[in-house]
Design a binder for this molecule. Structure first.
Ligand code: 0A1
Ligand code: ZN
Length: 868
């Protein structure tokens, strides 16, 4: 059965549900194709509701019987739910339904993955388990009994009893249905223990399939660190006797924060040095923290409706970023986040899928788990913190937890705690939640009579549904640097609120200062040299900065900026400038870039991970976006060629340093995934990549042989593949790892990622015919087709082979797994940047997808938005 006709849901239409739910009792009699779910729900009229219509959501359920206060009734059942006549007073609803988890390939509701029952209920999956008011503002206390002949039977909350073939659970904390979870299977635990600050003993378990026991230790430690950090930094304590994490192979997203029973994509929790890269370890640590932090920001305080998704997601991403900064390197984390935001969120915000951090309408909420809601949502919180200061932020959060514990809230509630704490009027700030699109901030400088003035101008281009934009509050962190490279004004936050605004700086006995601020006297009559401005330090706002600096100024900042982010940014801007020039005019790489990089690499006082980042280049897709913004149609092949050339020339330019940098990978101490060793391996790996451009992969072949961890093994293999070699190693890798599904995802993905543009589509075709290409598994599907979409020049091959291949597979996947299909449609979101021929080819594919009979609601919404 396919989806009902799409309807659009609006934020402005919100009304509360007519009933409150005092308790929910669920009994599951598990059977692969005929699981019985019995629900007993205590309802009572909601005094705050205007409408008493009794509608329960329900999809793909076979209703066996329903009773109200014990009397059998015949509700009116449709494809989306049921209505019934019920008393105008408290009553008990009971229903028994039958569901088919064995045939649930959409991975939403109750499904089976490798023989293990598991659930995914966010956003609206609970309605595929039983009839219920499946909306986040309906919160209740759940008691669950699971009957099933499986060794491990789990649900939310605390265990209250178990025996042969059954288990009971009670969750004392009221929660919405999207946080419900059930897991049943043959699982093994990696146990742990945590004592909370008030002395509660918490039993921890990381449940995995037999065979994966060796990949649990890191995740368990990450969990304990997260629990401790949330106590130390936010004063948040865990609130149940057990905390269970389960790893599952078939999962649409990274992980899910179900109360007391987090369910993880196995790729987001299982790790070992032999099978996981340093990047995997860092991501796993962050996701475990993220899901754990949801216990307060999401679960104890949840969202009133799905339009408020950023209330829990933006805040929780912000919190997990703080955690990673504390556990690892704060500047490196900030740079990673800026790279990621620009690559994913800016692309979304400046194309047909652009939407506000708090959307105002949707057809399918699953399509709004986006970089805008998550990552821009987190940036908005970072800006708020910068504006009010650390202390006020801490007070506002205290108030938020106090005032709203146990409630389903809105962005208005969130903003209000800041207004009440600081007495600030945040009306204008709220535009960050309602206005879509990335603001562009352009900078002009003036230097008159010893006064240095920055004039900032902001503009946001029209986005779908929003033609006119109003100015936003943008915290712009600025520092000034003197001619000798010393900082002459420390970082100062400019509150940029108007369309055009000037900020003047004057010279005082202690250096430069924003005019009008308190402090030492201006030195009158002095004739100071013009300072150099370092603007948008620490990436203080998610905006595009348009600052026409000369190469010399950028090189100066690259050498001297005390702000690590902007120092990196100076190098990045030099790289962008030289690449764009190379693409447009066939120019040779600029020496300012090459010498700047050389100096950074030589500076052994700099953290290796930071030096490795300095060697990074903008992605080819970002270069395409920049060209498009400059009014030039990007040619993917020309972009690819310029990047290859710059790499080659860089390798030659820094050649003498490469052996020493590469030796960073030879670490004597035992392997640790910590930031320090990971940084060394990152720098050594970057050096290997450059070395391979000069020695044809000889060093990489040696590294492959000596590699005793996955980071080194994979970086060596990538270099070989990039050099057009490595066939033997690829086969050896397959033989070694064919039984490890997470490593095999890497094997599939790497071949696509490293392929030369002319060959990408053919390699993808070949791999999709491989017996291990299990396309119904989202990780495997993404490993291959996701890698196709991110191989810029390969995907955009002029004959359209990349486009049609992706479309073929999306059409095939849609009836099986609409969520993953819809998410991957975003590969086409940038189509209007390219030339007319490519646009026509893409339009054909999008139209072909759109016209597929019985296309899911998810995918229909995505392709329609992209086409418009
Ligand atoms: N809330 C989870 C992400 C998530 C969202 C939707 C899902 O299924 C549609 C699954 C997970 C998080 O933020 O981690
Ligand atoms: Zn989340």
């Amino acid at each position: 059965m396919r989806d009902a006709a799409p309807t659009t849901i609006y934020l402005k239409d919100y009304t509360p549900f007519g009933y409150l739910v005092d308790s929910v009792h669920l009994t599951f009699d598990l059977a692969p194709n005929a699981t019985r779910v019995t629900s007993r729900i205590a309802f009572r009229p909601n005094p705050d509701a205007l409408d008493r219509q009794f509608f329960l959501h329900g999809e793909q359920l076979k209703l066996i019987r329903a009773t109200v206060d014990g009397v059998e009734i015949t509700p009116d059942v449709t494809e989306t739910g049921l209505t019934a006549v019920v008393p105008d007073a408290a009553f008990v609803w009971e229903a028994e339904v039958e569901i088919d988890p064995g045939n649930n390939t959409a991975l939403e509701g109750l499904y089976i993955s490798n023989g293990m029952y598991c659930t995914q209920c966010e956003a609206e999956g609970f309605r595929k388990i039983t009839f219920y008011p499946d909306r986040p503002d309906v919160m209740s206390i759940f008691t669950v009994r699971i009957n099933g002949a499986l060794p491990v039977l789990l649900s939310n909350g605390n265990p209250t009893g178990k025996g042969d073939g059954w288990a009971e659970w009670n969750d004392p904390w009221p929660k919405p249905a999207y946080l419900f979870a059930l897991v049943a299977g043959d699982l093994i635990t990696h146990p742990g223990q945590f004592t909370t600050k008030s002395g509660r003993e918490v039993e921890l378990n990381l449940w995995v399939r037999p065979g994966d026991e060796g990949k649990c230790a890191f995740g368990m430690e990450a969990l304990k660190k997260s629990m401790k950090w949330d106590e130390d930094v936010y004063g948040r304590e865990y609130d149940l006797d057990v905390f269970n994490i389960v790893a599952v192979d078939d999962f649409n997203m990274g992980a899910m924060e179900n109360k007391g029973l987090n369910i993880f994509n196995s790729s987001a929790v299982l790790a070992s040095p032999e099978t996981s890269t340093d990047m995997n370890f860092e991501r796993i640590e962050a996701i475990i923290a993220h899901e754990y932090f949801h216990n307060w920001t999401g679960n104890r305080i949840t969202c009133r409706d799905w339009f408020q998704l950023c209330l829990k997601e933006g805040l929780t991403v912000y919190r997990d970023a703080q955690f990673t900064s504390d556990m690892r390197s704060a500047p490196v984390k900030r740079i990673h986040d800026a790279i990621d935001l620009r690559a994913r969120q800016f692309a979304e915000d400046n194309g047909p899928l652009s939407h506000p951090v708090r959307p105002e309408s949707f057809q399918e909420i699953n399509n709004f788990y986006t970089a805008t809601v998550y990552e821009k949502g987190a940036e908005v919180i970072g800006m708020l913190k910068r504006l009010v200061g650390d202390e006020a932020y801490a007070q506002a959060l205290e108030l938020y937890f106090d005032r709203h514990d146990g409630q389903a809230c809105t962005i208005e509630d969130w903003i209000k705690v800041f207004e009440d704490t600081t007495d600030r009027d945040l009306t204008q700030f709220k535009r960050w939640y309602s206005q879509s699109g990335t603001p562009r901030v352009s900078v002009t400088e003036d230097w008159t009579d010893g006064i240095y003035t920055l004039t900032l101008k902001q503009r946001t281009d029209p986005t779908p549904g929003q033609s006119d934009k109003l100015p936003q509050v943008i915290p712009v962190a600025v520092g000034l640097i003197g001619a000798n490279g010393d900082e002459t004004m420390p970082t100062t936050i400019l509150e940029f609120t108007q369309e055009i605004q000037s900020f003047a700086f004057e010279y005082t006995v202690e250096g430069w200062r924003l005019q009008g601020c308190e402090g030492p006297e201006r030195v009158s009559g002095a004739n100071p040299p013009k300072p150099t401005a370092s603007i948008l330090r620490d990436f203080s706002a998610p905006v595009i900065l348009e600052h026409d600096q000369s190469s010399a100024e950028r090189a100066f900042l690259l050498a001297h900026d005390s702000d690590p982010f902007n120092r990196w940014q100076a190098g990045r801007s030099l790289a962008e400038d030289t690449l764009i020039k190379m693409i447009l005019t066939d120019a040779a790489p600029e020496t300012d870039y090459l010498d700047g990089i050389l100096a950074v690499l030589r500076d052994s006082d700099l953290d290796p991970s930071y030096r490795a980042l300095m060697l990074g280049l903008p992605s080819q897709s970002e270069l395409a976006a920049m060209m498009h913004e400059q009014g030039v149609t990007p040619d993917p092949v020309a972009i690819w060629t310029a990047v290859e050339t710059l790499r080659q020339v860089t390798a030659q330019h820094v050649q003498d340093l490469l052996p020493r940098l590469h030796s960073e990978t030879s670490i004597e101490a035992a392997f640790s995934p910590d930031a320090e060793q990971a940084g060394q391996r990152a720098l050594g790996g970057a050096a290997l990549a450059l070395t391979s451009r000069l020695d044809g992969g000889a060093k990489a072949a040696e590294d492959y042989q000596r590699a005793d961890n996955m980071t080194l093994q994979l970086s060596a293999l990538s270099c070989l593949l990039r050099a057009g070699k490595g066939e033997q190693e690829l086969n050896a890798f397959y033989d070694r790892w064919q039984d490890d599904r997470l490593v095999m995802d890497k094997w599939f993905g790497l071949q696509v990622a490293m392929s030369a543009p002319a060959e990408t589509a053919d390699i993808v075709s070949h791999l999709t015919g491989h017996p291990d290409f299990n396309w119904k598994n989202p990780n495997r599907f993404r490993a291959v087709l996701g890698a196709l979409a991110t191989n810029h020049a390969g995907f955009h091959r002029a004959d359209g082979a990349g486009y049609s291949l992706l479309a073929d597979w999306l059409i095939k996947l849609d009836p099986v797994n609409p969520q993953t299909t819809a998410r991957m449609c975003s590969a086409f979101q940038t189509w209007k940047r390219y030339d007319a021929d490519r646009q026509a080819l893409i339009r054909n594919q999008l139209t072909r997808i759109a016209e597929t009979p019985d296309l899911s609601r998810d995918t229909t919404e995505m392709v329609t938005r992209i086409l418009n």
